[in-house]
Design a protein around this ligand. Sequence first.
Ligand SMILES: Cc1cc2nc3c(=O)[nH]c(=O)nc-3n(C[C@H](O)[C@H](O)[C@H](O)COP(=O)(O)OP(=O)(O)OC[C@H]3O[C@@H](n4cnc5c(N)ncnc54)[C@H](O)[C@@H]3O)c2cc1C
Length: 476
Amino acid sequence: MLTPRVVIIGGGLAGSEAAWQAASRGVAVTLVEMRPVRPTAVHQTDGLAELVCSNSFRGDKLDNAVGLLKEEMRRLGSLVLRAADASRVPAGAALAVDRHAFSRAVTEALAAHPLVSIERREVDAVPAPDADGAPIVIATGPLTSDALSADIVRLVGREHLAFYDAISPIVLADSIDRTRVFRASRWDRSLAPAAQPSGPACGVDDGQGDYLNCPLDQQEYDRFYDALVAAESATVHDFDKAQFFEGCLPIEVMAHRGRDTLRYGPMKPVGLTDPRTGRTPYAVVQLRQDTLAGDHFSLVGFQTQIKWGEQARVLRLIPGLEQAEFVRFGMVHRNTFINGPTVLRETWQTRVRPDLLFAGQISGVEGYVESAASGLLAGTNAARLVLGLEPVAPPRTTAIGALAYYASHADPATYQPSNITFGIIQASPDLPRKKLARKLATSERALADLEAWMRVAGVAPAGHGEPAGRPAPAAP
Ligand SMILES: Cc1cc2nc3c(=O)[nH]c(=O)nc-3n(C[C@H](O)[C@H](O)[C@H](O)COP(=O)(O)OP(=O)(O)OC[C@H]3O[C@@H](n4cnc5c(N)ncnc54)[C@H](O)[C@@H]3O)c2cc1C
């Protein structure tokens, strides 16, 4: 008799999490990853769950929707969160990681799992329904290879939407002029020392905050701004038609919207006091530690598509970066995703083929955490199909349930991938009116609802066995 199994295509954040969830529920998994046999335009290693740009999983507190999503994922036994927590580097109220340690932890956990087999090859077409009924999860990300993309278009019956994102530059720590910058976290929200992986080995933390801040006065800001808007952009094919995700706009696109736009965006100075002047600077560029060794720093929110030579010239106008050595320049990339509300159910199954699921960026979510969260549910549901259990979707009062609902029920005519926000979590009139209290109460309710749902739906945290759930309905 054939062993029941799940096939997962793509070993990124979503596919790795999906594989872990399915295997932890006792189901054999074949995880197919095309790197290193076929590289992508941005991945640099053959590791699973490689972070292609920022090393941040964003906010990690419950007054923040992505902080809530992460806490829910921890409670569901997420491998991505376990690996991220274990490779954490100082980043204020955010969860940032050493990208190499993180990818290694995920790769090793999956390679060591007795139910997971990893195949390195490109899948060039959506597999037909499997003879032994194996559910298939497609988690091939925003850079899904061309052949598979073409076949997905054929399957879902409508054009993919493609647009461009841009990624932030990284500089060598030693090349930053420390006499010109100051350490601080916005509003003094530093990572609690107990949560840091270790002391001095984590870098240069002196207890005064996790970011290096480059302060600009008005004259310096104007000089930088003028150079930025005049800088020559890299040629992007069909640039005029490029659609950028609003949360990830290149700095030069933001700058073209107005002289002060950056001062209200990535260069906002609020919550930061320069210890040398005792005042809030006119503008600030924040640098976040990118590796545990503390030898790389990324420019926070400074994704750009300016040509590399021009990029170096313009960014060296920032105080403290006059001699900056760039480990990686910002760049432009493709993003491919399906129209979730047309194609998906809340369980991440496709409407046309219940044995076929999508997860990650290609399913129409945005961000590392959101991609892993969709993989968590897709992997859980793929395993449940194999086990003869009904696929499940958490309540919309939880962040993970709200994300699934948004990706499958938003208006298809105007659909755009979304990060998790409190705005898409189901509201309720009994929540407090004041903003902070409301967010905290929403998070408290979400965690209680998640625990209750896990009991009723029979979803144990991965690795703790799958209690009996409702049997799946007969196949249509
Ligand atoms: C350049 C870039 C920068 C980004 N920056 C950020 C950021 O800073 N922060 C953030 O939160 N999000 C960012 N994103 C968005 C998104 O969160 C990431 O792309 C994230 O990695 C998505 O996870 P995923 O699992 O869906 O895809 P990936 O992590 O890309 O995983 C997909 C995997 O599938 C493999 N694959 C592709 N095609 C095939 C095939 N045909 N057969 C087999 N394997 C295949 C790929 O090699 C890859 O390993 C960025 C995206 C890009 C492209």
